[in-house]
Design a protein around this ligand. Structure first.
Ligand SMILES: [Zn+2]
Length: 271
């Protein structure tokens, strides 16, 4: 599933190609994309709109429209954008410059939602905490969110209202950087550990953006290039391989139903 670095990479590639362009012909081919709304209704709303900005909030892509509304896209498992014909096309937008923007989604969990200008912020704020690379995501803010939660730290970090845009990969990478066990109760962290975690979350996400995301299974960037973050994974998907810090074997467990990789030596359950 694309996480913040993957969605940000997609945003950066889409922005120069979409900003200022008009949606001349909109075809939503899969009714699942817009349900419960009728795909023809959504297509009609988008038709003739001009894109004035391509933004990101957590894992959401936000296409700001000249009419004041926005198209909110969540890629979920396998959604992606491109400019070449492909298989599994779920929507196609013809732009006035002749370009054809294609939305592809193999597993069809992605969603498109058109919101009015005044609906956008409340909708996004209800689902996402502050941007983890922005000023609102402070150590104090994170400490307050963790203090009330006794669930496993990894599970709490995956809550988008705690760290917007964080998913399975970057949560494991951040916990390894912070030398914290994914299984610790979130409320058990000392202030110095929260500080380490705060820095580690940002570092893991920044590394992901620098490498243009991780190319796993169905992730693809709009220009067809591949991200290289998978070459930088310290623990994710590396069970049995040596920890880059202590050379001990990386272990795999499950937390909240999600595969979780960590170093039992560097990330002990108690500290
Ligand atoms: Zn280690």
């Amino acid at each position: 599933m694309p996480e913040l670095p993957e969605v940000e990479t997609i945003r950066r590639q889409l922005a120069p190609r979409l900003e200022g362009r008009t949606f001349e012909a909109v075809d939503v081919l899969d009714p699942r994309l817009t349900r419960p709304l009728d795909p023809r209704e959504v297509a009609a709303e988008l038709q003739g709109e001009r894109v004035i900005g391509v933004e990101r909030r957590g894992k959401y892509l936000v296409l700001q429209l000249e009419g004041g509304g926005a198209l909110l896209v969540h890629l979920r498992m396998t959604g992606s954008f491109g400019f070449e014909p492909t298989s599994h096309e779920r929507a196609v937008i013809g732009l006035e410059d002749g370009t054809r923007l294609v939305y592809r989604d193999v597993r069809r969990f992605g969603t498109w939602l058109v919101l009015a200008g005044d609906e956008l912020e409340p909708y996004l704020a209800a689902k996402n905490g502050p941007e983890p690379l922005g000023p609102g995501f402070s150590t104090a803010w994170l400490a307050a969110r963790l203090a009330t939660r006794r669930a496993a730290l990894k599970a709490v970090l995956l809550d988008q209202r705690v760290v917007a845009g964080l998913g399975n990969i970057y949560a494991d990478e951040a916990l390894w950087r912070a030398r914290l066990s994914p299984l610790r109760p979130a409320s058990s962290l000392r202030p110095d550990e929260v500080s380490r975690l705060h820095r580690a979350v940002r570092a893991a996400l920044r590394t992901g953006i620098d490498r243009q995301g991780s190319t796993l299974r169905d992730y693809a960037t709009p220009d067809g290039s591949a991200g290289a973050m998978q070459e930088e994974f310290r623990v994710y998907g590396r069970a049995g391989e040596p920890c880059p810090r202590c050379r001990g074997p990386i272990a795999k467990t499950r937390v909240g139903g999600r595969g979780t990789w960590y170093c039992p030596h560097c990330q002990p359950p108690h500290s």
